[in-house]
Design a protein around this ligand. Structure first.
Ligand code: Z5A
Ligand code: MG
Length: 206
């Protein structure tokens, strides 16, 4: 039985990492093997460049940084496939949808162009999109420390995310409490785990 690929997405400070940590514990208790991945993976070669870029220590053109974010995912694609095929459930904190939503919020960046380098990555069985208005997100701890963390930019990112919504997405109101969100997410994740093992791993945007 293969594992399921669960992705958490959303704008800055909507509570993705908080929910990923709770989810991984629940999945491990429910069905054994579970692993948490996060994009960007700042520990790899491309991840080091991305980290410097996000912390405003390095300037790169919009297209170059977009391709680096995508390469950062492709670096982990063999590992992701192996884990899934070995029956490990993956919870992924941001994925290609962040790649498109953030890059396409920049002037002169086309959404279709942004989507193309990620075509063919493993397609999530479920995308959990946490939705919160940027004004509420901006009041949360840690907001504003990195590039992209401005209200106007986050509005554009949020609009882009909603354009990417597909049948395998669930949208969660991120104004709810941590525990209420977790219950809602877990209910859907459990159903996904119980059903998706019968299906092959699909390819993203193919
Ligand atoms: N990026 C990109 O451009 N292209 C790409 O392909 C990818 C990413 C993959 C990486 O950020 C940046 O890279 C990001 C997108 C861009 N843009 N920026 N800037 P990151 O993922 O490394 O960022 P982070 O530092 O993890 O922040 P975050 O992900 O935005 O936060 P979060 O994970 O969504 O939230 P959290 O850490 O769980 O919670 C934030 C705070 O809110 C914390 O104090 C919690 O205690 C609190 N919280 C959490 N849940 C709640 C609820 N329900 N109510 C109230 N308060 C809550
Ligand atoms: Mg996070």
């Amino acid at each position: 039985m293969r594992g399921s690929l669960i992705v958490l997405e959303g704008c800055d400070r909507v509570g993705k990492t908080t929910q990923c940590v709770k989810l991984i514990e629940k999945i491990a208790a429910y069905s054994g093997k579970a692993s948490l991945l996060k994009f960007p993976d700042r520990s790899s070669l491309t991840g080091g460049l991305i980290d410097n870029y996000l912390r405003n220590k390095l300037e790169l053109t919009d297209k170059v940084v977009h391709l680096l974010f995508s390469a950062n995912r492709w670096e982990l694609e063999p590992k992701m496939k192996n884990l899934l095929l070995n029956g490990t459930h993956l919870v992924v904190d941001r994925y290609a949808f962040s790649g498109v939503a953030y890059s396409a919020a920049k002037d002169g960046m086309d959404m279709e162009w942004c989507r193309s380098p990620d075509i063919g990555l493993p397609r999530p069985d479920l995308v959990v999109y946490l939705d919160l208005d940027p004004k509420s997100a901006a009041s949360r701890i840690g907001y504003g420390e990195e590039r992209y963390e401005s209200r106007k930019f986050q509005e554009a990112v949020r609009n882009n995310f909603l354009k990417l919504k597909e049948s395998y997405w669930m949208i969660v109101d991120a104004r709810k409490s941590v525990d209420d969100m977790h219950e809602e997410i877990w209910d859907r994740v459990r159903k996904t785990i119980d059903e998706c093992w019968k299906e092959p791993i699909e390819k993203l945007w193919c």
